[in-house]
Design a protein around this ligand. Structure first.
Ligand SMILES: Cc1cc2nc3c(=O)[nH]c(=O)nc-3n(C[C@H](O)[C@H](O)[C@H](O)COP(=O)(O)OP(=O)(O)OC[C@H]3O[C@@H](n4cnc5c(N)ncnc54)[C@H](O)[C@@H]3O)c2cc1C
Length: 475
C-alpha cells in the first residue's frame, strides 16, 4: 500500500491527510508525525483559552475550498450558536479552540475507522521528525524520528508550520529564569507576578494581543509595556464595501514601484469617500501570491524593508471584541506601547532588564517582573535551529527559498533540491512557503494548498475550484 508520511499535524498537515482520504481511489496509508500538540490543532488552534478568537470571520474559515460554507454549516450543528441568526453567525469571530475542535472532528470523520468506504488508513505518531534519508533507487524516503525509529514512505509532505521564535541577545542565559518566557505558546500563566508588578511584552503583533487579552480575562491588574520597532498594534476588522481592484487584473506583470503607486492611489480614493484604505489591501488578497511571484528578488527585499510592516498591520486585523479589550487596556493606562529596537535582555536584581534604543537613538532600559517574547516566528531558514531542516539542507534534499523565509518549491508544491531539481517524493505546504508566495499563512490559502497537494501526491489531475463564491471569503 503506498504510504504518505506527513510531518506536522496542524491545520495544513491534518487537512492534507483529510483530502488524501477524500480523493484516494485506491488503498493508501497515511502516517502523520506530529510533536508536542494534539493532532489537528497546531499552534493557532491549540489554545484552550476562550478569549482567543479567530481573526477571520466564520464565513471565511471553511477547511474546504470546494465547500466554502462548510465551517458555517458545522457551527450550525452546535447548540452554542442557536441564539445567533445566520447572518450574524457568518460574521462572528469564533474562539480558536472551537476551530481546533472542527479540524479534529474532520480528522476523526475522514481518517477514523467508521467509514468502511474510506481508502485511507491513518496512524498518528507523537514524535519529532529530525531527518529524511532518500531511499535510493526505490522512490520515496525514510523519515527518521527523534526516538531513532524510521518511517518508510513513498511520499513525504512537510507541513511543519512556523519556526519557533528566534532567540534575542542575552536570552540564552535566561533559559531557566521563571521571569522570562521565550516562547509565548508555552505556559507563562503559572508564572504571573502580583497585581502591583510589571509585565514587558516584546512585540506588538497578534501574539502580543493574545497575551494582553488573557491577562485581562484573568483579571490581572498590573502594568504592561509592549515594545516593537514600529509600536503599531493590529487594527480592527470592519465590514468592507464593493470596490474595484487597485491593480487591474489584465495578466500584466507590474514592478513594485507601479504596484505601490496604484495601491497608494486606491487608498487615497477610498479616503476620499470616507472608507477604510485597508479595503485596497483586502481586495488584492486573491491575487497577492501572483503579484508577489512576479516581483524580482530585489523588489521583494525592498518590499520587506520598506512596506511589509505597514502591510502586515493593515492585513492582519483583529476581531472587534479583541480590539475593544486592547483599547480599554490603553485607555485605562494598563497598557503602554513603546516604539523601540530591543537590543538585549539580562537578569537584573528585581526583574529582567530589557535594553532598547528608541527611534531617536536614545538608549533605555526597563525592567519586567515577567518578560514574554512575542516577536513572532524566526523567519530565516538558512540558519534554522530545527534539526529536520538543517539535515535536509545538508543532504541537498531541500534549499532555502530565495528570500530565506522558508524552503523552495515549484507550483506543484514539490520541494526543490540544492540543484533546483524538483523532488520526486518530497512536497511542502504552509507558512514555510512564505518566501515563495508571501500570502501563505492563513486558512484561506492553506486549505487550497492542502487540497492541491493531496491531488499531486495521488498523481491526480488538479481539480478546478470554483472561485465565484469565494472571492470575498478571504478577508
Ligand atoms: C496565534 C495564531 C492565531 C492565528 N489565527 C488565525 C485565524 O484566525 N485564521 C487564520 O486563517 N489563520 C490564523 N493563523 C494562521 C495559522 O498559522 C494557520 O491558520 C494554520 O494554523 C497554520 O497551520 P500549519 O499546520 O501550517 O502550522 P502549525 O499550526 O504551526 O502546525 C505545525 C505542526 O507541526 C508540528 N511540527 C513541526 N515540526 C515538526 C517536526 N519536525 N516533527 C513533527 N512535528 C512537527 C508542530 O508541533 C505543529 O503541531 C493564526 C496563527 C497563530 C500563530
Amino acid at each position: 500500500m503506498p504510504t504518505t508520511a506527513i510531518i506536522g499535524g496542524g491545520f495544513s498537515g491534518a487537512l492534507a491527510a483529510v483530502n488524501l482520504a477524500r480523493f484516494a481511489k485506491t488503498p493508501q496509508r497515511v502516517v502523520v508525525i506530529n510533536s508536542g500538540r494534539p493532532f489537528g490543532r497546531g499552534t493557532a488552534y491549540g489554545t484552550t483559552r476562550n478569549e482567543h478568537l479567530l481573526n477571520v470571520a466564520a464565513r471565511n474559515m471553511s477547511a474546504f475550498p470546494d465547500h466554502p460554507a462548510h465551517f458555517f454549516e458545522w457551527l450550525r450543528s452546535r447548540c452554542d450558536f442557536d441564539s445567533l441568526d445566520d447572518a450574524t453567525l457568518r460574521e462572528t469571530f469564533i474562539p480558536r479552540r472551537i476551530y481546533g475542535d472542527y479540524i479534529r472532528g474532520l480528522a476523526a470523520h475522514y481518517l477514523g475507522d467508521a467509514d468502511p468506504r474510506s481508502n485511507v488508513t491513518c496512524e498518528v505518531i507523537d514524535d519529532s521528525a529530525i531527518d529524511i534519508e532518500p531511499r535510493g533507487a526505490e522512490q520515496g524516503g525514510v523519515v527518521i524520528l527523534e526516538n531513532g525509529e524510521p518511517v518508510e514512505a513513498d511520499s513525504v509532505l512537510l507541513a511543519t508550520g512556523n519556526q519557533p521564535p528566534a532567540g534575542l541577545p542575552g536570552a540564552n542565559k535566561l533559559a531557566n529564569d521563571r521571569r522570562y518566557c521565550g516562547n509565548p505558546w508555552m505556559g507563562w500563566h503559572e508564572n504571573l507576578p502580583g497585581d502591583d508588578k510589571h509585565i514587558v511584552i516584546l512585540g506588538t503583533g497578534l501574539t502580543a494581543v493574545d497575551v494582553i487579552v488573557t491577562l485581562r480575562r484573568k483579571g490581572w491588574c498590573g502594568k504592561v509595556t509592549a515594545i516593537s520597532r514600529n509600536g503599531m498594534l493590529p487594527q480592527r476588522h470592519f465590514r468592507g464595501i464593493e470596490w474595484p481592484h487597485a491593480v487591474p487584473d489584465d495578466g500584466q506583470a507590474r514592478s513594485l514601484k507601479e504596484l505601490v503607486r496604484l495601491i497608494q492611489q486606491d487608498c487615497q480614493r477610498l479616503r476620499g469617500v470616507s472608507q477604510n484604505p485597508a479595503i485596497a489591501v483586502d481586495k488584492l488578497r486573491g491575487r497577492t501570491q501572483q503579484l508577489w511571484k512576479a516581483l524580482t528578488i530585489e523588489e521583494r527585499r525592498l518590499f520587506l524593508k520598506k512596506y511589509a510592516a505597514d502591510w502586515n498591520v493593515i492585513r492582519h486585523r483583529i476581531a472587534g471584541p479583541i480590539h475593544d479589550a486592547i483599547t480599554d487596556a490603553l485607555d485605562c493606562g494598563q497598557l503602554t506601547v513603546r516604539p523601540a529596537m530591543i537590543q538585549s535582555l539580562a537578569a537584573g536584581e528585581h526583574g529582567i532588564e530589557v535594553h532598547m534604543v528608541s527611534g531617536e537613538g536614545q538608549e533605555k532600559t526597563i525592567e519586567g517582573d515577567l518578560v514574554i517574547n512575542c516577536t513572532g516566528p524566526k523567519s530565516r531558514f538558512s540558519d534554522s535551529d530545527l534539526p529536520l531542516y538543517r539535515n535536509l539542507f545538508e543532504r541537498g534534499l531541500a534549499q532555502p527559498d530565495e528570500m530565506d523565509m522558508g524552503i523552495a518549491v515549484n507550483d506543484e508544491f514539490e520541494v526543490l533540491d540544492s540543484t533546483g531539481q524538483a523532488s520526486s517524493f518530497l512536497h511542502a505546504i504552509g507558512p514555510i512557503l512564505k518566501g515563495t508566495l508571501w500570502e501563505s499563512i492563513a486558512v484561506p490559502e492553506l486549505r487550497q494548498q492542502a487540497y492541491h497537494v493531496a491531488q499531486s501526491i495521488l498523481n491526480q489531475e488538479p481539480m478546478e475550484i470554483p472561485t465565484k463564491d469565494t472571492l470575498e471569503y478571504c478577508i
